[in-house]
Ligand binder design. Structure first.
Ligand code: DAH
Length: 342
């Protein structure tokens, strides 16, 4: 019996199975109830105990080999059938490639840059981590100004004597530009700013501003107004009305805030404009002579105007977005609405 098992082991090892039919034949021949292996096991029972030890092991190995072969043949046939199912129809149109969209804040920032560069403004940028002097001191903020307080400003821990902070406005870039360039200066500075604010539909601790600055001989408030009229009409359309209200900023004198017709209700009055028909979009004024001097510019010879606006506010008006938090949530349902606006 030993030699019979050996012969069969060789035979089974040599069998090659290529089709489901051949697999079934293999199963019937070797593994079925009436197959060769079942016969051998019957014969095995009649052996003497000493013989069983040797033959039993070989017989079990043969059985394993045959079962393995059969299992492998099953995999072969399923692979074949899935391969058949996956035939590719080359005439089908391809999957569409989804285009991404630009963030509404980036879109509006790009429009603002476009509008101002058309009339000769350059674009300048400054660091988001600033020192106290560029953010406050040079801009004529008194030592005890509330904006310097912990409640409004994120201070950055540092070992140096200088106080470091996350800039609270892009007006700090004005200072850097005036220190490094000689008039005439005509520049805008878009960028991210930070304030210690509670997050709500109208405020965030991180947002974007664009600062504008024009310094030259004989620059007047009339120049400022004309530039801002041009900007508003380019951004929101020719029908939009504009008004200036007196205001106060430490770095401009005189200072003003500018309102435009409420885009949402067309000036009739609605919750967004608190029924007034007007919405505020920026602060502006004539650069304070002290600020010019702090930056090394002769205030007897030169005058300048400056303005600063929040990009979120402009974007909310332009696309009629009511909750500022949407800008920071990365919700695809919100962002994908800006696909067509390139
Ligand atoms: N820096 C001011 C703010 O963050 C905005 C501003 C007001 C900028 C008047 C100016 C300006 O340049 O002249 O609220």
């Amino acid at each position: 019996m030993e030699s019979k098992v050996k012969e069969l082991t060789e035979e089974v090892g040599g069998v090659s199975i290529a089709t489901p039919d051949e697999a079934e034949q293999f199963r019937l021949k070797y593994l079925s109830k009436k197959g060769i292996l079942a016969g051998l096991f019957d014969e095995f029972k009649t052996l003497a105990p000493e013989q069983r030890k040797v033959v039993g092991k070989q017989l079990n190995e043969l059985k394993q080999l045959a079962e393995q072969k059969f299992e492998q043949s099953k995999e072969l046939s399923t692979n074949n059938s899935s391969a058949k199912k996956e035939t590719i129809d080359l005439s089908l149109p391809s999957e569409p490639v989804e285009l991404g969209s630009r963030h509404p804040i980036s879109l509006v920032r790009a429009s603002i840059v476009d509008i101002f560069t058309k009339i000769g403004f350059t674009v300048s940028e400054g660091p988001e981590i600033e020192d106290d002097w560029h953010n406050f001191g040079a801009l004529n903020f008194p030592e005890d100004h509330p904006a310097r307080d912990m409640q409004d400003t994120f201070f950055v821990e540092s070992d140096s004597d200088e106080k470091w902070l996350l800039r609270t406005h892009t007006s700090s870039v004005q200072v850097r530009v005036m220190k490094n360039q000689k008039p005439p200066i005509r520049t805008i500075s878009p960028g991210r700013v930070y304030r210690n604010e509670t997050i709500s539909a109208r405020a965030h601790c991180q947002f974007h501003q664009v600062e504008g600055l024009y310094v030259d001989e004989g620059v007047s408030f009339a120049d400022l107004k004309q530039t801002l009229y041009y900007f508003v009409h380019e951004m929101f359309g020719q029908d939009i009305k504009i008004r200036f209200r007196p205001s106060f900023f430490p770095f401009t004198e005189p200072s003003a805030e500018m309102d435009i017709t409420c885009i949402i209700c067309g000036g009739k009055g609605c919750p967004v404009c608190k029924q007034s028909g007007w919405v505020e979009i920026l602060g502006c004024g004539m650069v304070h002579p002290k600020v010019l001097e702090n930056c090394g510019i002769d205030s007897n010879k030169y005058t300048g105007y400056a303005f600063g606006m929040g990009i979120e506010r402009i974007t909310m008006l332009r696309y009629q977005i009511k909750d500022l938090r949407l800008f920071f949530e990365n919700d695809m349902r919100f962002l994908s609405q800006f696909k067509s606006v390139i």
